[in-house]
Design a protein around this ligand. Structure first.
Ligand code: ADP
Ligand code: MG
Length: 259
């Protein structure tokens, strides 16, 4: 477990007020397993929510429902006031609006780094190729891998690949970014370079949902910590409050094991 030492900055562009992602009474089962139970979660524009909890508590499933990689059994999810589309072009657009970065980097291995970041812009956003390339180069610079643009993913380190994956999601100009344990597959020395990119993104006002075991990141970047156990949101609070004064036995027990 590594700690990021970054200072919190309250200055910077202030996001427009309002709720961006709203989950109301969401339930989901996998067969007999009630994996999401009565989930109510509202994420404001510009807010950074860190989701933590034991393995198997439903964190990944929660993320995956927000961009409809998983359907829900009941309840509702809206983004920017609109329910999630069911299929087709609308669904592709939703997936672009809701950028997702996984533990495994999921880059297209037979395409260069630049092509990875250009592709979705051209296919989904209908951006012309020149503009998409310029945009891609600028994003790759922003995440610190501009010099790798013409290489293939396998030629990059894990930390570099994950930063490309972040640039690729950002290229779609998403409304919200979901990160599901983005540093869990990385060698320890590469964790901070990815967390720093995420930290900068948070400072720039991006709305983010981050599942992570990096408590240093949670303390310094999160506006709110959501603690899940057994498919439920057990507790949510500002990071200082949560880490210094957890209320539930489940959270106390979890923190005693990881801190
Ligand atoms: P977390 O990310 O908190 O570790 P997950 O959301 O991945 O938890 O999983 C929650 C529970 O749902 C686990 O018990 C897991 O085994 C189960 N699960 C996840 N995905 C599926 C699936 N596609 N089919 C059946 N069970 C699943
Ligand atoms: Mg998970």
């Amino acid at each position: 477990m590594s700690e990021v030492s970054v200072t919190k900055e309250s200055e910077g562009p202030q996001p427009p007020a309002g709720d961006l992602v709203v989950l109301s009474d969401v339930n989901k089962h996998f067969g007999a397993l009630h994996v999401l139970q009565d989930i109510d979660l509202t994420i404001a524009r510009g807010e950074v929510v860190v989701v933590i909890g034991p393995s198997g508590s439903g964190k990944s499933t929660l993320c995956r429902t927000i961009n409809r990689l998983e359907t829900i059994d009941s309840g509702s999810i809206t983004i920017d006031g609109k329910p999630l589309p069911q299929e087709g072009k609308e669904l592709a657009r939703l997936r672009a609006d809701v950028g997702m970065v996984f533990q495994s980097f999921n880059l297209f291995s037979h395409k260069t780094v630049l092509e990875n970041v250009v592709l979705g812009q051209v296919k989904v956003r209908r951006t012309d190729k020149k503009t998409a390339e310029a945009n891609a180069r600028s994003l790759l610079d922003r995440v610190g891998v501009g010099a790798q643009a013409d290489k293939y993913p396998a030629q990059l380190s894990g930390g570099q690949q994950q930063r490309v994956a972040i640039a690729r999601a950002l290229a779609m100009d998403p409304k919200v970014m979901l990160f599901d344990e983005p540093t869990s597959a990385l060698d320890p020395e590469m964790i901070n370079e990815v967390l720093e990119v995420m930290q900068q993104l948070a400072r720039d006002g991006m709305t983010m949902v981050v599942v992570t075991h990096e408590m240093g990141f949670a303390r310094s970047a999160a506006n709110r910590v959501v603690f899940m156990a057994d498919g439920k949101i057990v507790e949510e609070a500002a990071p200082e409050e949560f880490f210094n004064n957890p209320r539930s036995d489940r959270a106390k027990d979890f923190l005693s094991k990881i801190l």
